[in-house]
Design a protein around this ligand. Structure first.
Ligand code: ZN
Ligand code: ZN
Ligand code: FE
Length: 772
């Protein structure tokens, strides 16, 4: 008799078809024993092993199901036994454990084949799924991940589905959302003014309505989409009106890669991600002759594109009437949280859409579509939600339970359990009461799901953020973390960096401890603290927070600060246009410091440039200036990234700084003077936008070069919302790498405020441990 062996597999191995996979593999090897879920992962017991074990272990790793992620396989010798066969034991997981729930998974190719197979019993069934695909996190009510603790509990399985669910050889063995037309959820079709319409094929009705230019609210995996014909200017206008969203880009869905290639450039990396099980929205560059509605993304050359991921999407695109592309944008009013419940949504959207395509499988956790960009072949998350959440970030240290409340806009929060950080899905901007409610609801829900009982709380230094107020109300030890320290720590945590680093944080706005608004800083950081070594020269913000919407205020401030005395009469065009009375008021505000804080924010710098180049004077959404300037610069580049040669070469705008000041200062006023002079000499907006990017990159890179002479070599962190700008990110990365510095930037977490909760959490945890 040989030896027995027990294997403990840890990682994402539950709810992903891992046990049936092990079952089939073990039977192939002729093993007896069992496989079972445990509180820590999966346990495999093999009664007697021979030389084949090594090969078996290799096969586990090589052939494991697509969604499984194996972190480790630990091996223990045990007494041999003889169970007679290999079997799968039922879940014996203790309630409330730290098991990881997989994210929601797009329809797999096997299920897709069955969906359109007339001889399959799930032919055209809109809720087909299997062990390898289907909803996961969005339907989970509690742990262990088992049908009674999902919203599928209200659909008892029919004998056919039950047999599949119990059969280890079936593709649907323990597929928790398993169902069929007889026993599972169903679709319904409603007119917004007259209610339910009986019909045999709701997707076919929806396709016809969409082809006629109607707006349809479609309930999907994480919530409702507002759908309309993406090729029709009129339909797109209707969507904008319904959402009261003037210019913010709208995403479109295509049937497949082939049809979207007619309109967009797609590289292999983008194609891989578009078709991956995560199915995010990916920002793709339009082809010159792209005939989609121009208003999908006004002023931009990139559009958010995605492929079908729920069966109902495939059913829609299989209808002959369906438009080639569909606008598919989260159904909500501008600023409000995504709609996800039937009753509430019917109330909120009845006056705005023509039809509803509903289903009755309850969504427990609402999730927007995730948004991703591929930069230099690497994924860059912009909005992290469906398909990614709730995958944890593994931390280098074990912490007590922590709640980090995040920022104000693009909020996410973070829960820490031991060495895992769970960053929530994108929540939104908390100043909206509906979003703030959803935020509190999600904190309670995820806290109970992951059994996190916070011993400490972290929030932003800004006392007036809703998240900071909420944190203060909890009565727990509270750590207020500077916004850009948190940005840096988030990138460090993502890359598992533990040594002191230099962080270049180019961001919108965050309160500094000196009560000015930071946002263009070079910090020396570790998790326990930071030192501000350099920053962008400050500009006054006449009107405070108003400047982010009314860009001409920043334009005026930049011009006022840069002008020489005799230029008082010689106003640039955008300044001329400001009524004289207002110019006087702004001047008074700036000189007297009335409601005019100072800011080093890089986002406000982009705003000032956009205003002075007279590209736009009002902003419709956060980040618009940066995105539009990047678009113009990209046009000037003709599509190729900046080379290190171009970056170190001559540059129309003067790079200058005060290196003796503490902190050191990157001057912006000489740049503005030259920018206005070049504009007057007839330089076009594309060239000037590009020159501004090159100026910013050179300034930062040269400053880092000087700083490193004092600090010695350090890892360099790039963080903050401005690094969503591809030209800035690629250019600065290339320039710093050419100088021989190691550079780290956000990849699987957003560079924007969607990441700061993670930074807050690791900083608070570190501070608490060092004070203990
Ligand atoms: Zn499947
Ligand atoms: Zn059934
Ligand atoms: Fe920020």
């Amino acid at each position: 008799m040989g030896k027995g062996v027990e294997l403990q597999v840890s990682g994402v191995v539950q709810g992903v078809g891992f046990r049936p996979f092990v079952y089939r593999l073990a039977r192939r090897y002729g093993y007896t024993g069992f496989v079972a879920n445990t509180g820590a992962g999966v346990k495999i017991r093999i009664d007697q092993v021979d030389d084949s074990l090594e090969k078996f272990l290799k096969d586990i790793i090589m052939e494991s199901p697509p969604l499984a992620q194996i972190d480790a396989i630990d091996r223990y010798g045990i007494y041999p036994a003889d169970s007679g066969e290999f079997s799968i034991l039922a879940s014996s997981i203790p309630k409330k454990n730290s098991i990881i729930i997989p994210p929601d998974i797009a329809l797999c190719s096997d299920c897709l084949r069955e969906l359109f197979d007339p001889f399959d019993r799930r032919y055209l069934y809109p809720f087909i799924n299997c062990t390898n695909c289907g909803p996961r996190f969005s339907i989970v009510e509690g742990l262990p991940y088992d049908r009674p603790l999902t919203s599928m509990r209200s659909f008892p399985m029919c004998p056919g589905c039950e047999a599949e669910y119990q059969d280890p050889a079936s593709r649907r063995f323990h597929a928790q959302p398993n169902s069929c037309r007889q026993c599972g959820p169903s679709l319904s079709w409603l007119r917004s003014d007259s209610g339910r319409i009986d019909c045999l094929n709701p997707p076919a009705e929806a396709a016809v309505a969409l082809a006629q230019g109607r707006l349809v609210a479609i309930r999907g995996v994480g919530g409702f989409h507002l759908a309309a014909d993406g090729g029709s200017e009129e339909a797109v206008q209707k969507v904008r009106l319904a959402k009261s969203r003037k210019a913010k880009p709208l995403a479109v869905m295509f049937a497949g890669v082939e049809s979207l290639k007619k309109y967009f450039y797609v590289n292999p990396e983008e194609e891989r991600l578009l078709t991956s099980f995560r199915r995010p929205i990916i920002l793709l560059r339009k082809k010159r002759d792209c005939s989609l509605a121009a208003d999908l993304a006004p002023g931009l050359d990139e559009v958010g594109v995605m492929l079908p991921y729920a069966p109902v999407h495939y059913l829609l695109f299989a209808c002959p009437e369906i438009p080639e592309s569909l606008v598919m944008t989260s159904a909500n009013l501008s600023g409000e949280p995504i709609c996800y419940e039937n009753r509430e949504t019917l109330g909120r959207l009845a006056d705005l859409v023509d039809f509803f395509l509903l289903h009755n499988r309850e969504i427990v956790s609402p999730l927007d579509d995730s948004v991703v960009r591929i930069v230099s072949g690497k994924t860059r998350l912009i909005r992290r939600s469906r398909g990614y959440v709730p995958e944890p970030v593994n931390l280098e240290l074990v912490f007590p339970d922590i709640l980090a409340c995040g920022g104000e806009s693009k909020n996410t929060f973070c829960l820490v359990k031991k060495d895992k950080a769970f960053l929530s899905q994108h929540i939104g901007t908390l100043s909206n009461p509906g979003v703030f409610n959803r935020y509190q609801q999600n904190i309670r829900f995820l806290g109970s799901l992951f059994n996190v009982k916070p011993e400490l709380v972290a929030c932003d230094l800004h006392p007036d953020y809703q998240s900071s107020r909420y944190a203060g109300s909890l009565g727990l030890p509270l750590f207020r973390i500077q916004h850009h320290h948190a940005h840096a720590a988030a990138v460090m945590a993502e890359h598992h960096l533990t040594e002191e680093s230099l962080a270049v944080i180019m961001d919108g706005a965050g309160l500094g401890p000196d009560n000015t608004i930071w946002g263009g800083e070079i910090l020396l950081v570790n998790y326990a603290g930071y030192q501000r070594l350099a920053g962008l020269q400050t500009l006054p913000m006449p009107g405070g927070d108003l400047v982010a919407r009314e860009l001409y205020r920043m334009g005026f401030a930049a011009w006022w600060k840069s002008k020489t005395r005799d230029e008082n009469i010689n106003y640039p065009v955008p300044i001329q246009r400001i009524p004289e009375k207002n110019r006087d008021i702004f001047t008074q505000m700036i000189t007297k410091g009335v409601n005019t804080p100072l800011t080093s924010s890089c986002g406000r710098l982009f705003d000032a440039v956009v205003s002075l180049l007279d590209l736009r004077q009002e902003s419709d959404y956060e980040g618009q200036s940066g995105m539009e300037l990047e678009t113009l610069a990209y046009r000037a580049l003709g599509g190729s990234p900046l080379t290190p040669g171009e970056l170190s070469g001559s540059n129309l705008l003067p790079v200058s700084f005060d290196n003796t000041a503490v902190p050191a200062e990157i001057y912006i006023t000489p740049m503005f003077r030259e920018l206005l002079a070049l504009q007057e000499r007839g330089y076009g907006a594309n060239t000037l936008a590009l020159e501004f990017h090159i100026w910013l990159i050179s300034s930062l890179s040269n400053m880092i070069g000087l700083i490193i002479k004092n600090t010695g070599h350090k890892p360099i962190i790039l963080g903050g919302g401005c690094f969503q700008n591809t030209i800035l990110l690629q250019g600065l990365e290339a320039s710093l790498k050419a100088r021989g510095f190691p550079v780290y930037s956000a990849k699987n977490l957003p560079a924007n405020d969607g990441c700061i909760a993670l930074g807050q959490a690791v900083i608070a945890g570190t501070l608490q441990q060092s004070s203990a």
